[in-house]
Write a protein that binds this ligand. Sequence first.
Ligand code: NAD
Length: 301
Amino acid sequence: MNATTMKMSSSAIRDLKPSELPQIVMPRCEARPVLRGQTAIVTGASSGIGRAIAIAMGAAGANVVVNHVGSDEPALAAVDEVTNCGCPSRGQAIAVRADVSDESQVQAMFATARERFGAVDIVVNNAGLQQDAAIEDMTLAQWRKVLDVNLTGQFLCAREAIREWKRRGPRPEVSCAAGKLLCISSVHEVIPWAGHVNYAASKGGVMLMMKSIAQEVAPWRIRVNSICPGAIRTPINRDAWATDEAYADLMRLIPYKRIGEPDDVARLAVWLASDEADYVTGASLFVDGGMTLYPGFEAGG
Ligand code: NAD
């Protein structure tokens, strides 16, 4: 190219505007069997992020326990999707009802998983809920409910899993690690959230619970990590994306200018649980389209 054409083309070129870009989302891809022969318990897996993780782990070869608390139907539909996903190396799946904040129900769920599949290799602490109120109106019941499910529920499942992994050690035929614990936290483990103090406190608690457990059990080759989603299109935050106005408002918080999909989280969960992430422990990995990049400062502050 000579100097003249260089000058012409550079003046003709302009950057695309963000609004001109097509909205492209990764298609569900052909899964590689990176979790073959392992068993995963996914809590709160009858909807949203948990459901997507259960299906993705099943497609990657894991046997999956679809934990749920509500009616059987959506949990059985998730089981059906794992069983019939068409991936050649897909695992098997069962639905197990258990309230993760109840110690005996959690222990019974692990016993069922071991009876059915022999061992538990992966636990995804996903079950969670919100009960929002201004601080002056928040009842003790709302505070306790959110802490019980989002934080105590994660502790109970973590403890049960680690008891098995420390007793048994690695199963080298399926993984380098004795076990993998994934805590589904939130961007609100670092971003304060007015009107949601119970939820933000629970996720802040998950962060240091996860890191403290990771430090304690790493010598037993147990890996413990968190996934921190931003805004993901699920029932928990329908108000934030269900109308055009709400969606446009939400985009002010997301530099990448699209809402996250449950599969965005599921792909990271499969990778973190696999031996491809064998040297990763004690990490909070954000899958948030840049929500934690202080988007309020994108125009210079
Ligand atoms: P969701 O409401 O679809 O999923 C939550 C699931 O947890 C439901 O299936 C619910 O039945 C289950 N659950 C509630 N209480 C339970 C209990 N006591 N025992 C067992 N299961 C119980 O919403 P989601 O967005 O898929 O949420 C999944 C996780 O992701 C939650 O921990 C949530 O805090 C986290 N998260 C979600 C977003 C988002 O934008 N959707 C962002 C950050 C973090």
